[in-house]
Ligand binder design. Structure first.
Ligand code: C5P
Length: 238
């Protein structure tokens, strides 16, 4: 399945945070590719390699490859090209890699006619003001997120991964069309788990999120499609 033929209009991206190909596919087989996309992260990809992408594409899923590349421009451009050539729907880099790195990655996709969505991570939500301070960044995390989002947009990124709490401010500074892919989402029926700052799917969309990354509320539900249906119902409420 190529990224040029979108399979779903759903904003939902289900995080397949599993340590093996078999476990990830066992979950994917319970989901409907017409009603969600899936996210493959560092552990699953490092263990299973491109085979997981092939298997998910073969099942009709669009895949967000969440590897957060951060390296010299040429290296990141090559990695992003490799991801796109494997047909992933979305891939990401760290905005902290700077303008040249992000531009090189975006240019490489365009030069090769690759349609994969390229977005950036601004500040990891695990980083607080003190952590930033240790890195010599004295502005607040919110200000730094905004600065990196503007830089990402200016460098050809289509959007950012951000918390839903940041989505409103980022819509104001970067526009509604700038993608805001937000984790930390908890539907009304789900436990918070280890997420500290959570938002409901509907509140996150209203705040300006364009896509919602949801893991355990779906993957640990007794019936994952039932959980997905409940989330769709929450999104549809008026
Ligand atoms: O299970 P849960 O819904 O908390 O999973 C959220 C997913 O989003 C996980 O894959 C997690 O690594 C990812 N994520 C996050 N917070 C961020 C960035 C990514 O929870 N700031």
């Amino acid at each position: 399945m190529t990224p040029q033929s979108p399979l779903t209009q759903s904003p939902l991206i289900i995080a397949l945070d599993y340590p093996s190909l078999d476990a990830a596919l066992c979950m994917a087989d319970q989901l409907d590719p017409a009603r969600c996309r899936v996210k493959v992260g560092k552990e699953l990809f490092t263990r299973s390699g491109p085979a997981v992408l092939e298997a998910l594409h073969g099942r009709g899923f669009e895949v967000f490859l969440d590897l957060k590349f951060h390296d010299i421009p040429n290296t990141v451009a090559g990695a992003v090209q490799a991801a796109a050539e494997q047909g992933v729907w979305m891939v990401n880099v760290h905005a902290g890699g700077g303008r040249k790195m992000m531009q090189a990655a975006a240019d490489r996709l365009h030069a090769n006619g690759l349609q994969t969505h390229l977005i950036a991570v601004t500040v990891l939500t695990s980083m607080g003001a003190e952590d930033l301070n240790e890195l010599g960044i004295t502005t607040s995390p919110a200000q730094h997120v905004e600065r990196l989002a503007r830089l990402a947009q200016d460098s050809g990124m289509e959007g950012v991964v951000c918390s839903a709490q940041e989505a409103k401010a980022l819509s104001a500074c970067c526009g509604k069309g700038f993608l805001k892919v937000t984790p930390g989402i908890r539907p009304s029926f789900a436990a918070a788990n280890d997420q500290a700052r959570i938002m409901s799917p509907r509140a996150a969309m209203e705040a300006g999120s364009t896509h919602l990354v949801i893991g355990r509320p779906v993957t640990e539900a007794p019936d994952p499609m039932e959980a997905l249906t409940a989330i769709e119902a929450e999104l549809a409420e008026h």
